[in-house]
Design a protein around this ligand. Structure first.
Ligand SMILES: C[S@@+](CC[C@H](N)C(=O)[O-])C[C@H]1O[C@@H](n2cnc3c(N)ncnc32)[C@H](O)[C@@H]1O
Length: 288
């Protein structure tokens, strides 16, 4: 499946943003350039971000294309910044891994939707405006990381733990994207309260192992980000809050799936587990 024009714009703008990282590598060419980079890296980085914004504005002049491109370019710059920290900073290296994962996650939510289900594609498909709670959770993890970095710097250097976190993030991301590709036009970022004519029950591929693989993937990804950062407080908080969120979401979603697909969904539910620990979903009126 080829991405529609919005997918292509998003890809191009994201790659443009990541040139912030490529540019930083050019300063490693010789010692004088490296000296300039070490002295002026913040100024050079933000000048490049500003320049890219202007380039994006020129390239994608229509309102809709610009709205899309500016978000993708911003995520590309965050990815580039994450890569710079990952390669250049010992103290902030794991924060760099986290920023790279975060930007790739949000950008690919849009891009995979563009490829697999363009009809449902909107600017919200970046999930950047997800919810107030999501933003508070992100800010809390940045604050915890920074505080602990200054109070207990040694705790932010456990690379083995951060590698375990990165593996969780990568597997969560892959499970989620496989689910989106498998469910294709039946996948929607928002719970559907009315059945579309072409909405089919998906029970094959990754959906034959668990009923909610995309939520499982997101759950693993979100926990993994806190393991990368070695944030013990947010790790516990994220686990509890996201588990409760998915328990309620799955409960609500299954009420509608049973109303859409009747016995077919009830049978599917009997044979395939939800995928998230200790979450059974909707089990009839007595379970509410
Ligand atoms: C964000 S997607 C999540 C899908 C699924 N819960 C998962 O975690 O992979 C939500 C939409 O997918 C639809 N959906 C969920 N499971 C489905 C299935 N097995 N077959 C078809 N549509 C499904 C729901 O109707 C809802 O609109």
């Amino acid at each position: 499946m080829a991405p529609p024009v919005h997918g292509k714009i998003s890809l191009l703008a994201f790659l443009l943003g990541t040139t912030t990282f490529v540019l930083s590598r050019l300063f490693y060419w010789n010692d004088s350039l490296l000296y300039i980079w070490e002295e002026l890296s913040v100024f050079i980085f933000f000048s490049n971000v500003a320049l890219l914004n202007i380039v994006t504005w020129f390239l994608f002049s229509t309102k809709d294309a610009y709205k899309n491109a500016v978000r993708a370019c911003f995520l590309g710059c965050v990815c580039g910044f994450g890569l710079i920290l990952s390669f250049d900073s010992l103290r902030w290296r794991h924060f760099g891994w986290y920023l790279t994962s975060l930007s790739v996650f949000h950008w690919s939510e849009y891009y995979i939707t563009a490829v697999t289900n363009p009809r449902s594609l909107t600017i919200e498909s970046y999930l950047l405006d997800h919810s107030r709670e999501y933003k508070i959770a992100a800010a809390a993890s940045w604050i915890e990381f920074t505080l602990e970095l200054y109070l207990f710097p040694g705790t932010k250097q456990f690379t083995v733990i951060s590698i375990a976190g990165a593996l969780l993030v990568i597997s969560g991301e892959m499970i989620r994207k496989f689910s989106m590709i498998t469910a294709s036009t039946n996948f929607n970022h928002y719970v559907q309260y009315r059945k579309q004519d072409d909405h089919r029950l998906v029970t094959h591929g990754i959906y034959s192992f668990c009923r909610h693989p995309a939520y499982l993937g997101w759950f693993l990804w979100s926990i993994g980000t806190q393991v990368i950062l070695f944030n013990p407080v947010c790790l516990v908080g994220y686990t509890i809050v996201s588990w409760r969120f998915f328990r309620e979401r799955i409960f609500e979603e299954e009420i509608y799936l049973i109303s859409f697909f009747g016995e077919d969904y009830v049978n599917y539910k009997k044979h395939v587990r939800s995928g998230l620990p200790f979450i059974n979903g909707y089990e009839g009126p007595q379970s509410s």
